[in-house]
Design a protein around this ligand. Sequence first.
Ligand SMILES: [Zn+2]
Length: 69
Amino acid sequence: MALAPAELCSTCSSELVQLKINVDGHDLIMNSCTTCDTRSWALAGDDINLAEALEHVGTHAGRRRKLSV
Ligand SMILES: [Zn+2]
Protein backbone atom coordinates (compact mmCIF):
# COMPACT_ATOMS: atom_id res chain seq x y z
CA MET A 1 0.00 0.00 0.00
CA ALA A 2 1.47 3.34 -1.05
CA LEU A 3 1.78 5.96 1.59
CA ALA A 4 -0.29 9.02 0.72
CA PRO A 5 1.44 12.37 1.13
CA ALA A 6 0.41 14.16 4.29
CA GLU A 7 -2.55 16.42 3.79
CA LEU A 8 -2.41 19.96 5.04
CA CYS A 9 -4.96 21.61 7.29
CA SER A 10 -7.25 23.92 5.33
CA THR A 11 -7.34 26.28 8.31
CA CYS A 12 -3.72 26.65 9.44
CA SER A 13 -1.71 24.61 6.85
CA SER A 14 -0.16 22.32 9.45
CA GLU A 15 0.35 18.67 8.55
CA LEU A 16 -2.69 16.60 9.44
CA VAL A 17 -2.45 13.47 11.52
CA GLN A 18 -4.24 10.64 9.75
CA LEU A 19 -6.10 7.99 11.71
CA LYS A 20 -7.46 5.01 9.82
CA ILE A 21 -10.32 2.93 11.18
CA ASN A 22 -11.55 -0.14 9.34
CA VAL A 23 -15.34 -0.26 9.23
CA ASP A 24 -16.97 -3.19 7.43
CA GLY A 25 -13.94 -3.54 5.17
CA HIS A 26 -13.88 0.17 4.30
CA ASP A 27 -11.25 2.61 5.44
CA LEU A 28 -12.75 5.35 7.52
CA ILE A 29 -10.09 8.04 7.77
CA MET A 30 -9.95 10.87 10.23
CA ASN A 31 -7.64 13.76 9.42
CA SER A 32 -6.88 15.61 12.61
CA CYS A 33 -4.98 18.87 13.01
CA THR A 34 -3.08 19.04 16.28
CA THR A 35 -2.51 22.77 15.85
CA CYS A 36 -6.05 24.12 15.54
CA ASP A 37 -8.05 20.94 16.29
CA THR A 38 -9.80 20.85 12.91
CA ARG A 39 -11.02 17.39 11.99
CA SER A 40 -12.25 15.99 8.71
CA TRP A 41 -13.42 12.52 7.79
CA ALA A 42 -13.22 10.43 4.65
CA LEU A 43 -14.62 7.01 3.81
CA ALA A 44 -13.10 4.93 1.01
CA GLY A 45 -11.56 8.05 -0.51
CA ASP A 46 -14.71 10.17 -0.32
CA ASP A 47 -14.99 13.14 1.98
CA ILE A 48 -17.86 12.72 4.39
CA ASN A 49 -19.07 14.79 7.30
CA LEU A 50 -18.73 13.82 10.93
CA ALA A 51 -22.39 12.79 11.27
CA GLU A 52 -21.99 10.31 8.42
CA ALA A 53 -18.75 9.00 9.89
CA LEU A 54 -20.32 8.38 13.27
CA GLU A 55 -23.29 6.76 11.58
CA HIS A 56 -20.99 4.26 9.88
CA VAL A 57 -19.18 3.48 13.12
CA GLY A 58 -22.47 3.23 15.03
CA THR A 59 -24.00 0.91 12.45
CA HIS A 60 -20.94 -1.28 12.61
CA ALA A 61 -20.93 -1.39 16.40
CA GLY A 62 -24.66 -2.07 16.51
CA ARG A 63 -24.34 -4.97 14.13
CA ARG A 64 -21.54 -6.50 16.18
CA ARG A 65 -23.55 -6.13 19.37
CA LYS A 66 -26.55 -7.91 17.82
CA LEU A 67 -24.36 -10.78 16.60
CA SER A 68 -22.86 -11.36 20.02
CA VAL A 69 -26.24 -11.72 21.75
ZN1 LIG B 1 -5.07 23.37 11.59
